[in-house]
Design a protein around this ligand. Structure first.
Ligand SMILES: NC(=O)c1ccc[n+]([C@@H]2O[C@H](COP(=O)([O-])OP(=O)(O)OC[C@H]3O[C@@H](n4cnc5c(N)ncnc54)[C@H](O)[C@@H]3O)[C@@H](O)[C@H]2O)c1
Ligand SMILES: O=C(O)C(=O)C[C@]1(C(=O)O)C=C[C@@H](O)C=C1
Length: 300
């Protein structure tokens, strides 16, 4: 492992989990952490989210082999600009942002001549902040790297080795493809959850207490997702706009087809669709990728 010193910028769920996972699985690697919130730095130091919690960006990246930006995607540009004069020459600059095209653009523009390799660990929860992190977050999960076409292959291999050491399975794809795939598998499901929970609480006849009372079923799963961090998700939708809108168009057409089937009493169409989706869910479980029960064995 050539990476010996890792700077983590942003000590919330992702940054904190990285610090804890590195300590657990890569004990020879030193971690330094920074967050712009003083209260978060204090709590991060208390929880030991990094070996050293620094008060400045300059301190955190000094002599770093790898800098990991763990801030909302809307903050990547400003943080990268602030880092431009501070990042050591041989350092890899990466991130964990949920969308990749805008982050890649922002990092490459702000850090010319630096080794930029964006990444997205497809692992998270609805929690955020310095108390949310846990060391097992990345174990058995995907981490997608979206290196620019001219990224040095040996540096990409170093970053792959790093993520694999944290228990992740690494996949490499281009940023545009990433954004389309994640729009459908992550971003739109979140949008649906935010919307349905909002719709239910807006309905005059469904009072707040009824929402709570009857939320033991399917609706409860939506409320978990809908509790996700507002800043993070606002930024995801603003920064993956085109892919989300394209996939939302496709989804709306399918939803309209369902609506039509219900209105016309077309039970066959409904039954076929529900059978297909049941088979998909069962194949996910067989492949061992079941992740629907967030608290069952995921936290350590
Ligand atoms: N939450 C998830 O499920 C999940 C999963 C995978 C990837 N991500 C991505 O990871 C990133 C971080 O998300 P999170 O869930 O850890 O959020 P979080 O809110 O828990 O943590 C983000 C931290 O960044 C800090 N921050 C914000 N702006 C900053 C700045 N300019 N300088 C320094 N610190 C700053 C905040 O104070 C906060 O502590 C986001 O880009 C998100 O898209 C999130
Ligand atoms: O499990 C959850 O709570 C998540 O929302 C995690 C999830 C996802 O949609 O799968 C959310 C955003 C990420 O960028 C990656 C993972």
């Amino acid at each position: 492992m050539t990476i010996r010193r890792v700077a983590i910028v942003g000590l919330g769920l992702l940054g904190g989990s990285l610090g804890l996972a590195i300590r657990e699985r890569l004990s020879e690697v030193k971690t330094l952490g920074f967050d712009h919130s003083e209260e978060t730095r204090r709590r991060a130091a208390e929880r030991g989210l990094a070996d050293t919690v620094c008060d400045t960006l300059a301190e955190v990246v000094r002599e770093a082999d790898l800098v990991l930006l763990c801030v909302p995607v809307g903050a990547m540009k400003a943080v990268a600009s602030d880092l431009a004069a501070l990042v050591p020459a041989d350092c890899i600059v990466s991130d964990v942002g949920s969308s990749k095209q805008s982050v890649m653009r922002d990092l490459l523009a702000a850090l010319p001549g630096k080794t930029v390799i964006p990444a997205h660990p497809v692992a998270g929860t609805e929690e955020s902040g310095p108390d949310a992190g846990f060391p097992g977050l990345f174990a058995g999960r995907w981490c997608i790297l979206t290196p620019p076409s001219d990224a040095p292959p040996d540096r990409v291999a170093e970053l792959r080795t790093f993520w694999e050491a944290l228990g992740a399975t690494v996949e490499i794809m281009d940023a545009e493809h990433h954004d389309l795939v994640l729009a459908v598998t992550s971003h739109i499901p979140h949008l649906i959850a935010f919307t349905i929970v909002g719709t239910a609480s807006d309905m005059e006849e469904v009072t707040r207490s009824e929402v709570i009372k009857y939320s033991a079923g399917g609706f409860r799963d939506f409320t978990r997702i809908a509790a996700s961090d507002p800043t993070m998700w606002r930024d995801v939708f603003l920064h993956n706009r085109d892919a989300v809108l394209e996939m939302l168009g496709r989804f709306s057409e399918d939803l309209t087809a369902m609506q039509r089937a219900i209105r016309s009493g077309d039970g066959d169409t409904l039954f076929e669709m529900f059978s297909r989706t049941r088979a998909i869910r069962r194949s996910i479980i067989e492949e061992g990728q079941d992740d629907a029960a967030p608290d069952f064995g995921r936290r350590h």
